[in-house]
Design a protein around this ligand. Sequence first.
Ligand SMILES: [Zn+2]
Length: 88
Amino acid sequence: MNRTYRCLNCTEHTVSRPFDTSHLSKHCPVCDSFERLVNDAVFEQFRTFEESPPESLSWSKLERQEKLLISEQVTRKGRSVEDFSIEA
Ligand SMILES: [Zn+2]
C-alpha cells in the first residue's frame, strides 16, 4: 500500500512511496531544496490539531516541530494526546 509524504516547507509537494515511515528527506521540486517530507497521515493529524487544539496542551505555544512530533506519536504510535504534558 502506497503512502503519501508531504513537503513540510511548502506543504504542496507530495510523493507516493510503497512503504510506511514517519518521514523522508528528499529534494522538493517546488521549494527547489532538500526538505523533510512527512507522512501525510501525520500531517493530517497536525492540521486537525491546528483547527481544534487539544485541551490538555498549550497547543498554540508549541513549536511547529513539537506539534509535528506529537502528531506523529498520536498517529503512528497510538499514543493519546493526553500523554503529553508540556512544562510551562
Ligand atoms: Zn516543498
